[in-house]
Design a protein around this ligand. Structure first.
Ligand code: AMP
Length: 151
């Protein structure tokens, strides 16, 4: 039986696993939707963080949010892509993590979110914790401990 509370997983901090801000594709809240959609399509990500001009975390924006916002009654109103900005459609009400939160808090949050943004005390965007990184680390732990218990 795996005891997660007393293992090295419990000692792991979000900062040990997060992708740092400089490696994260992001958009700014004042960017036109056109730019955000281009970033999302080119990177292949379904959603990315939204950051202010002075690197404060503001929310996330996804392809679905943008496409929903231009859906008219009979057609996609593509002209809205240049008329509206990211702040008109982004999601602000989402959970975030701090660098010193532990692995288990991250594990719980990625059940419902493919990635969670890591935010500093003063609201700065520090990076993201992804579902892939959490699952990879958890998979390693399960395999290492399986070997120990069967040897
Ligand atoms: P993954 O768990 O690696 O599939 O990533 C889950 C989600 O996290 C992706 O669909 C993206 O929305 C986001 N993501 C992962 N890596 C990055 C990155 N380097 N820059 C921006 N967003 C990312």
């Amino acid at each position: 039986m795996l005891d997660l509370q007393s293992t090295e997983l419990q000692k792991l901090k979000v900062e040990d696993l997060m992708i740092p801000a400089e490696k994260v594709a992001h958009v700014q809240s004042l960017n036109p939707l056109e730019h955000a959609l281009l970033v999302l399509v080119k990177t292949g990500y379904s959603a990315v963080p939204v950051i202010s001009g002075n690197f404060q975390f503001e929310g996330i924006v996804s392809k679905t949010m943008i496409i929903d916002s231009i859906l008219g009654i009979e057609r996609f109103e593509v002209e809205k892509l240049s008329q509206h900005t990211v702040k008109d459609v982004m999601e602000k009400n989402i959970p975030t993590l701090k660098r010193d939160d532990d692995f288990l808090k991250g594990l719980k949050l990625v059940i419902n979110h493919p990635f969670v943004c890591v935010v500093g005390e003063n609201g700065t965007f520090d990076g993201i914790l992804t579902r892939r990184v959490i699952l990879k680390r958890f998979n390693r732990y399960v395999h290492e401990n399986k070997q120990i218990s069967s040897s």
